[in-house]
Design a protein around this ligand. Sequence first.
Ligand code: GDP
Length: 473
Amino acid sequence: MNQDTICALATGNAVAALGIIRISGRDAIAIANKVFSGKNLEEAASHTVHYGFLLEEQKHFTEGQKPTDKGLQAIDEVLISIFRAPKTFTAEDVVEISFHGSPFIAKRILEVLVENGARLAKPGEFTMRAFLNGRIDLAQAESVADLIASENEASRKMALNQLKGGISHEISDLRNDLLNFTSLIELELDFAEEDVEFADRTALLSLLNRIKGRLHELLESFRYGNAVKNGISVAIIGKPNAGKSTLLNALLKEERAIVSDIAGTTRDTIEEILHLNGTAFRFIDTAGIRETTDTIEEIGVKKAREKIETADILLYLFDESDYTAAEVVDFIRGIQRKDLQIILLQNKTDLADNSSFSAEITKALVPDFAKTLIKISAKNQTNIDELKSELSTFVDNLKTETSTVITNQRHYEALQKSLQSIENVEAAVQSSITTELLAYELRNALEALGEISGEFTNDEVLGNIFSKFCIGK
Ligand code: GDP
């Protein structure tokens, strides 16, 4: 159990109706009691709320007052909630002070708490305590961050599922099965001279197979999980004047266009986001669309290639007046990426719609190279709904059978590592390797699986995870 008592602002540092400061640790209740005018909190039952004033030592004196008159004065009128260990967020004694939401008051209350023996919490320290005190596992701790960051319904659901222990249960079931075999194999080591086999190798192989299948499924779900959590990136490509801006505006018509600067890129990337059925579609580098340099063909083509590299979906926009069918076909056939979803958009069909033009393109490209060809008029907003439903279908198709969806890059990497180690065990069994080496591979696999829930971890990994949290979480 951690000895320090920590405190932090749990709500945003902005003017609001209310703010909450959280205290956690052995002295949480005693410290709160020292600065509270209401009833004796040390005698208060768990999960109760108390009204009173938050007090500080009087430091400023009005005229005529002497320092000997030094007393206590109120900072704010507050409600204090008492949560006694172990049924609390951190599994320690926790106090929540609900005050009038002024950043200035928050600062004063925190100062008073520190003066009375608490210390300011580090980023993620509350959640880290919950993990260290065994109340939640690492995957659950990470889901707290995801839950707070969730921007749409689908990612909220996934984070909540994980907070309830989704992936942890899955993994721990698999680990337990494997652990049984490992114990038997290690037992064999104790009876090495007698040349006995306690662990049925055929049964072990079939278990390994089952685990591999499950790991594959979980890894596969990351595509969907990642799409839901981080959005799906869509590139709109087409010659200058093909109607890219017009199309973007048509798509975002009822949507408040969100422009975001993404940190960490060499130049600021401007994205616009369309939400469809709870999934965010990020239109990448829409600044480029509006740049005049696009009119220089060379730069245009180079940019198009770059965009295609990072996109999940390509909307290829062309129109009859400015393209030949062969030109469209060549461009699409020239795209190397097999996992890119391509949707052909024949634009300006209000001006011209020669059926042999589209037929030639469809015949050459759909379905082998492009998913579909949709005839639109960006200007008149014709068939924009068809396009939207095609985008939604893309997400539906990513959904896997599995109820647990991987959304976290660290889990994804740990699963890959686990898969590799399971394959090593499999190879070890098949090559009738020594029992020692088999036991070694099995332990590696158990460790890899344990990394996800935090059964095996180190300070560096923990520091890395929790430092990304904000203070107060
Ligand atoms: P961008 O350079 O690809 O972004 O193209 P714009 O969106 O700026 O469009 C170029 C021109 O084509 C503009 O004058 C648009 O009004 C026009 N345009 C775009 N889509 C359509 C369409 O579906 N029908 C017609 N008639 N004009 C269109």
